[in-house]
Design a protein around this ligand. Structure first.
Ligand SMILES: C[S@@+](CC[C@H](N)C(=O)[O-])C[C@H]1O[C@@H](n2cnc3c(N)ncnc32)[C@H](O)[C@@H]1O
Length: 262
């Protein structure tokens, strides 16, 4: 019975995640048919108040996201719930906090840049679309269903032990260490209409991504040791410049010739 409940819970969490993810695309792209987006629909308040509320929402998301991802928190959580539904619970909480952000976001629709003309706007929307595609594709590269908890509840349902965390570097992970985060950065910054509200969102999430990378890599080193350390020296963090333009190796210094010794 508890295995069936676990499976249903995991599936429900996944559906909530999917709905939130799809809404996020529309929210950031400012799709006008949505009830709320980054530039419309939310309560209109003075810019100072809006800034404060939005920063609180973003901070709450960052605390939930990073706090619940730490090993110590997972150990504490799994004292009270089966380990097989820990990841689904994480995904559910992250989705609910994100939904709260979408609901309570205060637009500050003062333009910073506006790209007029079909081609320019289409290129920027295209780059943003590529970003979202990069996010989704990369989740499948490292294991989409494990990342969102379905794999774990399915294994528990079949009575199999939880899978050990695996380190993978397929395709895009050979170019950059964090293609999912790169995808988010492209999706958040590439917009034909950058408003103060959107800029706040893009800048705060980018700052959080950089901090999140530091925490995530610390955990990955603890888990995979030298294998991850070597990966870090080989593959750039977010932008594949080093791959596209290999740096010239510095020429080694010539040994000093000392008078009288040669
Ligand atoms: C939201 S994903 C982001 C993955 C990666 N930072 C990226 O941007 O593509 C976070 C989870 O992926 C795991 N992870 C990160 N890099 C990984 C890799 N190369 N192989 C397997 N898991 C990885 C982390 O341990 C963490 O649980």
């Amino acid at each position: 019975m508890s295995r069936i409940l676990g499976l249903l819970y995991g599936a429900a969490c996944y559906v909530v995640f999917l709905a939130t993810f799809l809404y996020a695309i529309g929210f950031v792209a400012d799709v006008s048919v949505l009830p709320r987006s980054i530039n419309h629909g939310g309560l209109v308040v003075p810019a100072g108040n809006a800034l404060l509320v939005n920063l609180l929402l973003l901070t709450f998301f960052a605390l939930q996201h990073s706090g619940m991802a730490r090993q110590a928190f997972k150990r504490w959580l799994t004292r009270g719930m089966p380990a097989s539904i820990e990841r689904s619970t994480y995904v559910l909480c992250a989705s609910l906090v994100l939904a709260l952000l979408f609901w309570q976001w205060r637009p500050i629709p003062v333009p910073i840049w506006t790209v007029e003309g079909n081609i320019g706007a289409a290129v920027l929307l295209g780059v943003s679309g590529v970003g979202w595609l990069l996010v989704l594709t990369s989740t499948f590269l490292i294991n989409h269903f494990e990342l969102f908890g379905l794999h774990q509840v399915l294994r528990a349902f079949k009575g199999r032990p939880a899978p050990a965390a695996g380190f993978r570097t397929p395709l895009l992970y050979k170019l950059v260490r964090h293609p999912i985060y790169l995808g988010f950065i492209l999706a958040f910054w590439a917009t034909p209409l950058m408003t103060i509200g959107h800029l706040l969102f893009a800048a705060a999430t980018t700052g959080y991504i950089l901090l999140g990378i530091m925490l995530e890599e610390r955990d990955l080193i603890a888990l995979f040791g030298d294998e991850y350390r070597r990966y870090r020296t080989r593959v750039p963090m977010l932008f594949p410049w080093r791959r596209l333009m290999p740096l010239r190796r510095p020429t080694p210094p010539r040994p000093a010739v000392q008078d009288g010794l040669q």
